[in-house]
Design a protein. Structure first.
Lengths: 225, 225
DNA sequence: GATCCCTCCGTTATCGATAATAAATCGAGG
DNA sequence: CCTCGATTTATTATCGATAACGGAGGGATC
């Protein structure tokens, strides 16, 4: 690690936003963040530029930088997109996978379990995203990886935003094992089945419905008032 | 316009990369670009950071920034992704479109035709992407717009990379008209049909096959040598 | 009383200089 | 002649200062 100021700021802000410690609409001024995290404006600037590229903040020129909004419709689309990207990637993965790839996945898997063991939610999440990224990398579709990363960030952010949807950490880590098994066997239909099932458990459909219902209720309340 | 140095540099580099004036693997050093375009390193830095967010360059820390590679497989995936995003967006668009949206699209359409009339390839391309972005914006899925933008950039870049695939400019502009007509009529199936057909004409399937064949031939030649 | 303009203030945007780092080069030793 | 290590060099990363910009608020005018 030891990524230098810019990397630290990026990681820290990303964590806070995805973990919903910073709520949508929150305004971030470059100098304030620089003071808070002990670095120069330039480092914060770079971090914010990258966060904008990930869709977590919106930079409005000289009117400041705000944390982006969340809504169930977009989250549902993001998850669908993610499904599609990963499942299509998986078809290529089984044809290209080599032993080293599987070893790398097992390594990340161990890191994920370690994070789960010490109750480090964010650590689990980071490892999970890295795991999926590593799996997808095998497909060779490098230019699509950042899109997948973006979808993952947003689906997780939404998942954590719906607080009644939290799941035990260890269970999350265990869900990768059948996928790895199918990969080792180069079993394409099995991989697709396991991966698809896994993705379905990230955010269940009823959660989208629940959030949509809530949003509608809020809307009505606002119109009455 | 008058976007300041950073915006100018961004637009210029983006144009050169998408138009394939800068080929994959080309190395861009911040100070060299700054000198060439007459601005400071910081402005170039910001532009390169954004270009990385668009997937057009790859920043490798202190080893320089290189223009990303192109391959037919990824381009095909990108186009498929684009299709999917736009078609799903279109279903929402018909339910939400208002007169102002159509007026905005017509405005962009005019700009596109003007660019075509003066033989400004890049102008046509920019207007085309803006048109599709404006159409998609009506869907309200704001967080997905940058992903769509990215897919558009890459599909066009690939299209221009396959030189035998150039099409007359005016024809490109005209292809939006039936889509607009369906939109005005709030005809969902018609919109999907026209939009889908339009997207199919961007890069035809045989082009992907042609590029793949070429790449394979190159590979063989390289192995022989 | 409302409207317009103008100044002030907070914020980003830009710059030039410096520090840090990795690749390339050159030289010495085996 | 090859290999390893020190040195040079090219490049990014970071910083602090300043310029440019947009909005908010106060004051004058109709």
């Amino acid at each position: 690690m030891a990524e230098g100021p810019a990397g630290r700021v990026l990681a820290e802000l990303r964590r806070r936003i995805v973990m919903n410690e910073m709520t949508p609409g929150r305004v971030l001024t470059e100098l304030a963040v620089a003071a808070a995290l002990g670095c120069s404006q330039a480092a914060v600037r770079e971090a914010l530029l990258r966060l904008e590229g990930e869709g977590l903040v919106l930079r409005a020129g000289r009117q400041g930088t705000t944390v982006t909004d969340l809504d169930a419709d977009t989250a549902a689309e993001m998850l669908d997109l993610r499904r599609r990207i990963e499942l299509r990637g998986a078809r290529r993965v089984v044809r290209r996978v080599v032993a080293g790839d599987i070893a790398a996945l097992e390594e990340i898997q161990r890191a994920m379990e370690a994070a789960a063991a010490r109750g480090d939610d964010w650590g689990v999440l980071e490892a999970d995203m890295e795991w999926h990224a590593a799996l997808f990398r095998v497909s060779g579709l490098h230019a699509m990886a950042p899109i997948l990363a973006r979808c993952m960030l947003h689906t997780h952010r939404f998942r954590l935003w719906a607080p009644w949807h939290r799941r035990p950490l260890a269970a999350t880590a265990a869900r990768h094992l059948p996928i790895l098994a199918a990969l080792r066997a180069q079993d394409a239909p099995g991989l697709a089945r396991e991966l698809g099932g896994h993705l379905d458990t990230i955010v269940e459909r009823r959660v989208f419905a629940g959030v949509a219902r809530r949003a509608a209720a809020d809307e009505i309340r606002r119109n009455v008032a």
